[in-house]
Design a binder for this molecule. Sequence first.
Ligand SMILES: C[S@@+](CC[C@H](N)C(=O)[O-])C[C@H]1O[C@@H](n2cnc3c(N)ncnc32)[C@H](O)[C@@H]1O
Length: 262
Amino acid sequence: METNGNMISEIGWAHWLARWDAQQTGYLPDREARFDAMLTVLEVLAPPDFVALDLCCGPGAISQRLLARFPRARSVAVDLDPILLALGQGALGTMEGRLRWVEADLCDPSWVEQLGESRFDAVLTTTALHWLPTPELVRVYHELGKLVRPGGLFLNGDNMKFGPHLPSLERVARSVRERQWQDEAFAQLGVENWAQWWAALGQEPALADLLAERERRFAWRSPDNPVNAGRDLQQSALIEAGFREVGIVWQRFDNCILMAVR
Ligand SMILES: C[S@@+](CC[C@H](N)C(=O)[O-])C[C@H]1O[C@@H](n2cnc3c(N)ncnc32)[C@H](O)[C@@H]1O
């Protein structure tokens, strides 16, 4: 960010954020409905001046919507991707001092200290934790058991596999997902897919250094083989981590919100 600072400040971040949202909505037609359901949970169960952690925030989709809906709330947004953090900071800034950005890797246990605060009313995350290898995910859930205050909330919106005892449900969900995620489906909607969005952003010369750094940080990850710990394992891990009520609060096929109350 330092080396190309001037050029970076000239990037049309709002434009790239709108393209990000369009691209993500191609994968998740109910993306906004899912955000809305997560925020409805907060409306009912969180105090008006709650502090949230936006886990694997990307460019800050959750924080943006949450801070617009709850004027007395505050959010800490954490992610490892230097480009998506730059995009979020460029497009949203600090939302009048209520949004703080943190760069950290959830696979490194020191991420908790890097947050700069140790108690949250709510932790929210979307379309992200399937990136974590299962042992890391289980460790993160145990860390969340300490970060979320008693009575606080965890909400994970993601595609989550059905258990092995529900093969027909899993088959239906997979079929819907595969149809929805075909290149033709994106073309019909007139939106970019993940690879096209990143390729287009890669044409911004000012981002060359950050893109190289991003490549380095995610070199281990295969885009074709996302990790998905499945809902049963995630529910058990949350209970073991000290959450007392754990269940699905919203769902469309395997796209769901897993909710836990500490
Ligand atoms: C598909 S994006 C979702 C972003 C955002 N939550 C949204 O819904 O628009 C997945 C995010 O998870 C982040 N992520 C993946 N592994 C991570 C890790 N080990 N530590 C921190 N962030 C990670 C990625 O950098 C990326 O921003």
